[in-house]
Write a protein of this length. Structure first.
Length: 317
């Protein structure tokens, strides 16, 4: 059992790590990328794309690997604890384009490279000199990308392998399902930096864990560990770090084995229904339910059940 002294030591250690992140790793001045520090315009991707190979893609800051009918996307800025800058956001936007264009991908897992961070936050060096207009533009950039992830037709799973702070917590909340390592830390620390969450944190957190709990986490800027994230319903499961990715991929494969059209229809019914009243939500479900009866997968699934046999692999038709 942990003593109060040990808990205090752990807290102090965490604070030191976060201080290094915010004050050293993330303070990458805009001028270092060859732009005026006073500029409010969003930077365009300036690094060339690497070669793209069959079965996987290698973007500047996002690695994409395809495994049968699932894809695993890894945010790859480990030296910056996978912090989100405009280039990473643009890569995530391209990730959505790539996944949406591939009919053979039935589920997507998103994680971070290394063992320390999923995404430790947005790049404070980039944000520090923004004006009101620049801040709004940066917020819109992140919100547009995260909303595209949230509304991808296929299921998305966030495999949170470490710090998920600020924009990292917001990215995880744009996914359908969140699971995490026992080393994960979640938080919305923005009020401690003089800003609000900017990539949907005030909206998604309140919907996921209740308005009262969301307000407490956001107002206090306090971080929570994996067990507390599980207790309040922010994550669905907690695993030892070495078991996280196998569990995430197994979950994605389990989903991918079901009829893809039906899974996508369920996601749409849930997401669209939550935005309206119960009477309209039921109508949304009815129409999506009916649309499944036009599919070959429905005929195979029900036919196999009636014939007391195992269904053939679903064909997404």
């Amino acid at each position: 059992m942990r003593t109060a002294k040990k808990e205090k030591a752990l807290s102090v250690g965490l604070d030191k790590i976060l201080t290094v992140y915010y004050n050293t790793v993330c303070m990458r001045r805009i001028a270092s990328r060859g732009r005026s520090a006073a500029s409010d315009t969003l930077p365009r991707r300036c690094l060339p794309r690497r070669n793209r190979m069959q079965g996987g893609m290698d973007m500047t800051h996002v690695l994409l690997e395809k495994k049968e009918h699932i894809a695993v996307a890894t945010i790859n800025r480990p030296k910056a604890l996978n912090a989100l800058n405009s280039e990473v956001l643009s890569d995530l936007n391209e990730l959505v384009d790539t996944v949406a264009a591939d009919p053979d991908i039935y589920a997507l897992v998103i994680t971070g490279s290394g063992e320390k961070a999923f995404v430790a936050g947005a790049d404070i060096g980039e944000m520090s000199t923004l004006t009101k207009e620049g801040g709004e533009a940066f917020g819109k950039h992140g919100n547009d990308v995260f909303r595209r992830i949230e509304t991808l037709p296929i299921p998305t799973i966030a495999a949170v392998n470490g710090f998920a702070l600020g924009g990292g917590c917001e990215l995880s909340m744009s996914c359908d399902i969140r699971i995490c390592a026992d080393t994960a830390v979640f938080g919305q620390p923005e009020t401690g930096l003089g800003i609000t969450p900017g990539f949907g944190g005030t909206q998604r957190l309140a919907r996921l864990v209740s308005p009262g709990m969301a307000k407490q986490l956001i107002y206090t800027a306090k971080n929570i560990k994996a067990d507390e994230a599980y207790r309040i319903g922010l994550v669905n499961a907690v695993y030892p770090l070495e078991e996280l990715m196998p569990a995430a991929e197994k979950l994605a494969q389990t989903i991918a084995k079901n009829a893809p059209i039906a899974v996508r229809a369920c996601k749409k019914a849930i997401n669209d229904g939550l935005q309206t009243d119960m009477d309209q939500a039921i109508v949304i479900e009815e129409k999506l339910f009916g649309s499944c009866f036009e599919t070959a997968d429905q005929k195979e699934g029900m036919g196999a059940f009636l014939e007391k046999r195992k269904h053939e692999p679903y064909q997404n038709k």
